[in-house]
Ligand binder design. Structure first.
Ligand code: GAP
Length: 429
């Protein structure tokens, strides 16, 4: 098994990621996150929300609906322009994105059939369609949102009118997005249903470049703060950029399958607010009380994918050491913070004390309980899922009212009094 296969296998075996609808043979491009994956995702989203929204005076949050009036996607250009050119191999009938073939012709040439594509392909819109109400016709047609940004733009006026916000300010949202990708690939890297964490930061025209640089810097710093080291930037060329973008810089991670985007920072200019003003007939201008100027704000958009960050973190954290596999995840992201073990499961005094410790710590942290097998095996099992601290209650603990705290990374063990445990762990976590 190569490293990527080993990471996939660990993620399945230890309850991070399961193939979607697995008992029915799966469904391409859809995955389910198991108990540990759900915690990891939650912690990533929480870290982002804290840093991008709650810790700042100039950003507010939003939770818009996934299905919106289809006019939203007409105004945004997604109905007419959010498509990939698709070609079908005339021999084996496999389908490919034209731009992938051009870039990676050798890799994508049909294995076994060697089909060559001479046509330019047909345009294939990536939005999932659905119908509202009982009639299935064009009047009831709606889309699952392809990005969370749409909900932010249509609520720009609502936020402006109801909150005390002043330019520059941002509106942030975390939520599901859907794209009918032609080739879902590389595990949870390219899926058809995924989660985005997006910020639309509204600025005065002319100040957009300054804020673009500032957000790019902050986002890179954020990735380093959660422990991602193998990152770089990629300036998109004009032909790579989305229809709304004046400038986009991708933040890329070095996955086992190559450097790939985990976040895009885009300068969307005034494209969105202008288009929505035009299609809706509403006024999206902003009046600056200080300068007495009226203008349409420009938008800087850092947009990240939660599952791509999960995958990057698993790749970054996965380490094989002499006799163990360890996920060296940042403690603020790990599914469990602490695991508690009574040395022996059949000694009721040990179990009783361990339960007391466990129940007390659970009030503050997500904790695991394990009383099966030998202690060495229990340590290995927690290392593999990244639990930073394991606590063992042994016979000495009964008299001394202390526990052994074992550190995931150094494997060093220290005896700590039970009454001091919370303080001790708070400092570490
Ligand atoms: N609002 C801007 C926007 O949606 P994007 O570059 O298309 O820009 C932003 O998407 C982020 O969303 C990407 O950097 C990626 O992390 C994530 N993303 C996009 N498509 C995805 C897919 N099919 N599967 C998983 N994540 C995806």
């Amino acid at each position: 098994m190569n490293i990527f296969e080993k990471i996939n296998s660990l993620a399945k075996r230890r309850g991070f990621i399961y193939p979607g609808s697995e008992i029915y043979g799966g469904l391409g491009g859809f995955y389910d996150f198991g108990p540990l994956g759900a915690e990891l995702k939650f912690n990533i989203k929480q870290a982002w929300w804290r840093d991008v929204v709650q810790a700042r005076d100039d950003v507010v949050g939003l939770s818009a609906s996934i299905i919106m009036n289809p006019k939203v996607w007409e105004a945004s250009g997604h109905v007419s322009g959010f498509s990939d050119a698709l070609v079908e191999c005339p021999k084996c009938h496999k389908r490919f994105k034209v731009d992938e073939l051009k870039k990676k012709e050798k890799r994508f040439i049909c294995a076994g059939c060697g089909g060559l594509f001479e046509n330019k392909g047909r345009q294939f819109n990536l939005m999932f369609k659905t119908f509202i109400g009982s009639a299935e016709d064009s009047a009831s047609l709606a889309y699952l949102r392809p990005e969370t940004a749409g909900g932010i733009f249509v609520n720009f006026k609502n936020v402006l009118d109801t909150m005390r916000v002043k330019i520059p300010f941002g509106i942030a949202q975390i939520g599901k997005a859907f794209r009918n990708e032609i080739n879902p690939r590389d595990y949870v890297f390219r899926m058809r249903e995924f989660e985005q964490m997006e910020l639309e930061y509204f600025v005065k025209p002319g100040e957009d470049e300054k804020y673009f640089e500032e957000w790019l810097r902050q986002r890179l710093e954020w990735y380093r703060s959660i422990g991602l080291k193998n990152i770089r930037t990629h300036e998109q060329k004009k032909e790579e950029r989305a229809h709304y973008s004046k400038r986009t810089v991708d933040i890329e991670y070095k996955f086992p399958f190559g450097w790939q985007e985990i976040e895009g920072v885009a300068n969307r200019g005034d494209f969105d607010l202008k288009s929505h003003a035009k299609v809706s007939g509403k006024d999206f201008s902003y009046f600056d009380e200080e300068t007495k100027e009226r203008f349409i704000p420009h938008v800087i958009e850092p947009s990240a994918g939660v599952e791509r960050i999960v995958l990057a973190l698993l790749c970054e954290a996965y380490e094989e050491e002499n006799e163990r596999v360890v996920l060296k995840l940042h403690p603020k992201l790990t599914s469990y913070k602490i695991a508690v073990f009574p040395l022996l499961a059949n000694k009721s005094k040990l179990v009783e004390l361990a339960r007391r410790v466990y129940n007390n710590l659970r009030k503050d942290w997500v904790c695991a309980w394990d009383d099966r097998g030998n202690i060495g095996k229990r340590y290995r099992a927690q290392d593999e899922i990244g639990t930073p601290y394991c606590l063992t209650i042994d016979f000495d603990s009964l008299g001394k009212e202390d526990v052994t705290v074992r550190d995931r990374d150094t494997m060093r063990q220290e005896r700590i009094k039970i009454k001091d445990l919370k303080d001790y762990l708070s400092k570490l976590l």
